[in-house]
Write a protein that binds this ligand. Sequence first.
Ligand SMILES: [Zn+2]
Ligand SMILES: [Zn+2]
Length: 767
Amino acid sequence: MDLWLGVEIHACLIKRGFVLDLYLNSALINFYGSCWGIESANQAFDEMPDTEDPLWNEIIMANLRNERWMEALELFRDMNMSGGKVYGGTIVKVLQTCVKMGALNEGKQIHGFVLRCGLEFNLSICNSLISMYSKNYRLELARIVFESMRDRNLSSWNSIISGYAGLGCLNDARNLFHEMEVSGVRPDIVTWNCLLSGHSLHGSYKEVLNILQRMQGVGLRLNSGSITSVIKAVIKLGFINMGKEIHGYVIRNVLDNDVYVGTSLLDMYVKNNCLTNARVVFNNMKNRNIFAWNSLISGYSYKGLFEDAEKLLSQMKKEGIKPDLVTWNCLVSGYSMWGCSKEALAVIHRIKSFGLTPNVVSWTALISGCSQNESYRDSFEFFIQMLEEGIKPNSATISSLLRTCAGLSLLQKGEEIHCLSVKDGFTEDVYVCTALIDMYSKSGKLKNAHKVFKKIQNKTLASWNCMIMGFAIYGFGREVISLFDEMCGVGVQPDSITFTAILSGCKNAGLVDEGWKYFDGMSMYYNIIPTIEHYSCMVDLLGRAGYLDEARDFIRNMPLKPDATIWGALLGSCKIHNNIEYAEFAVKKLFELEPHNSANYVLMMNLYAISNRWEDVKRVKDLMGVLGVKNLQVWSWIQIDCKIHFFSAEGKPHPDAGEIYFELYNLVSEMKKLGYVPDISCVYQNIDEVEKDKVLLSHTEKLAITYGLMKMKSSTPIRVIKNTRMCTDCHTAAKYMSLVRNHEIIIKDGIRFHHFRGGKCSCNDCW
Ligand SMILES: [Zn+2]
Ligand SMILES: [Zn+2]
């Protein structure tokens, strides 16, 4: 079309005084709209002396075609005011605009107009109204329109079913589908796909497969839309064999040219760890979009195959596809997950050199990777760096940081992050809350954990599990049980983790009967098959309570092959009850299963030492030497103000060691007056008793507690973290210390929490 020729003709018509009729004006609007831009068309329309109905409709459509949604809606309003008659087709288009704009109020006004003009039985208008309401999340209004329709065609049914399925009202969607069949309208592929995608989008994956079966039963051919929904479900279910069948179907029906199908298949293989198949799909794809590239790069990167990932990245650049933040973040995540935080940080710098800004996802990947790999210090440093770059944390960042605090039992840091999450409004986020519960219970502040838990509005299974575990590690068996009952009462179904938590609770509280009840009940009433973890809890429970024979029979009869945790639990119980015979039996298995775990050797030497069997102590010690088993580094630490004080058995002594020992000697003599007798059986070196007393005094947790008593106000509880099981003597000493100095002491050892108050411990001497 010649741009100027059109204008010349228009000018010529005006000059000659030609009366422009409807058709000419309509043609003019069309011409200006498509050649000169919508402004010129609107101007031409404004200059027309009388605006008849077709012109109104024409100008509204022209604005819609040019994506001038607001102008179109305004013109529609003006036309109504001036009494113009609107066409059905225009209303449909305007309603579609309301969907695009999320303009519910405008949509309602148009609905009112439809009713006023008596157009409420116009099929396509009604169908558009249904779509408009359901896409604006107002299913009840959509339903009213649907129910009031005199006739319904296929597209009416599709609109309403798509509305319900899209918003996750899956039962309603299925009922409507059934009604549709009964009413004699045959569902087409669009209807079926609505059902598929709704179920796949809202987590009803097994139902997707049922629907698929029914589709095949009625002989329907799947299209690319159906395939992508089905593959999504297959990915979530991990049914890789079924996925391969679908892949076959795709090839047989030549659907593999569709870029979405290709990308879904690729994603399926990547997420199910079939990188070779993924590569084949990728290589065969004709059009690869950025999703395809990112999917495969993430696959390599999460598997730690960084060379392949980097190669793909440069190939991608060569083919002219620019990596986006998602691409880079895949690499950051991969490197961080595999403990290569240096490389991950380097990728962050590379992102910047490509002119992009690393976002909260990039930084959180780095932070959470460090936390998972127990590089806790790094994870805080990266957090500070992130804040310095002006990136605001999100709930995932906060959760990873809290996990870091929980891992280190860093209460103060954890409290700071709690404040931060209050400030940034994350306290509603159930993931953050669950991480807070974990942090508080692992840092010895169970009360705060419970406070956070009670405030959660929609408690997830994970948050229940976390709270139950919190009570369990403190040995509050009754609370564990009542919390479990409460959880079942509100209709949350327990899983295998819940039962690990309950059994740990029973174990730490010595509730043998209850333990049996839950162990037997889990498979009987909840259909959960006990795993090795549950068996190990039971062995521990029976053994600690002194039922060593029962524990051994239990191991003999269990259907799973006992692993190191089972024998370790038995050995630990033998230590409590001084049973050398069973201990030797357990440790023999342990030496086979984990020959390099020094804790087993130490426990056994301990047991021999108690019975003065020094020959045997030496034998075990020699065995360690021959096998090259290194003694585990033993350390304790305490945080005073902002500083962490570290006490280790082998390393450098604490700078204030002299004062600490002086205070400890004083303390012990005070304690002895109240009846404290050092338990020299905890020393497995064959030395004289005075020397043994000295060795006992040097245990790291005693030093850490003493330092706390010296430096902290008596109103602040002392919190000490120790990496290995505390010995009986330190346990007794801590009880006396809490009594003599009237100071609460909380110790987290390698096994559990001990809360000492007024000469008693929360564990009831059973750990
Ligand atoms: Zn000790
Ligand atoms: Zn204790």
